[in-house]
Design a protein. Sequence first.
Length: 293
Amino acid sequence: MNVKNPIFILSAPRSGSTLLFETLMRHKQIWSFGDEGHAWIERYPHLRPVPGGVESNRLTGEHLNPALAHHLKIDMLRGLKSRQGQRVTPNSGIIRVLEKTPKNCLRVPFINTLYPDARFIYLYRDPKESISSIMEGWRHQRFVTYGDVRTAHGRWCFLRPPHWKAMINRPIHEIAAFQWKSCQDIILNDLKALNANRWTSCSFDEFLSDPLTTVRRLVSFGDLEVDTELEAYCTSPLPNSRYTQTAPKKGKWKQHQGHIESIFPSLTSTIDSINKIAIDGWELDTALPKNDD
């Protein structure tokens, strides 16, 4: 029984990681927590960004010691399930793990220290769509992560990047843009420290446009076997993910167009960095469409 080349999906909140995860977890070799694995790391109070814990969700190798690493690996095995719902046993053999908790995008050095053979899928989405969805999550208070901090908009939602406290009293659209940009910048910087064969990028639009081709590429990247059942599943329209807030609709972000236009210039350098690693031309738009588009 051994975890080999665990695969971690890295993405900002509301970037489509749940749908990608729910699709890939159908692979016959994959074991997972079945959902976001918040408790895997945050069952340890000193690794949570609450009083007495760390400042943010950012974790590096410095937050690990041999005893903690040992317990985390045991916790991982205890929490895993196969796609049939089976639990890990001493006879389970090689374990291929898939994990997708958004907070992990701030923990790459921590995960890399724990699993030096881990592989990473960097999933990015059009910032207009992602930021708009983050704003909606804040307004509906559906994604409260910790109840210890209240803002002018309710309790703090989604992850806490470094310097998040400076954003507590800012408007929702600024908080959403801060969360999106912080995640992208940290992911991109952390991936630079890894060998290129240990990570790949994936546009959410790429995945939606051609699930089968995208899944085949990611299965190959993960050194997983071809799974004909999964491939057949990808030939039919994919369902909405479990965390879908409202039905997908082209241009839905335009309900927040004025706010997004005000913060979009601050995202330019990050968008340019993402586009430098985009695969097969799946680049993000560097300009907003006209109001009458």
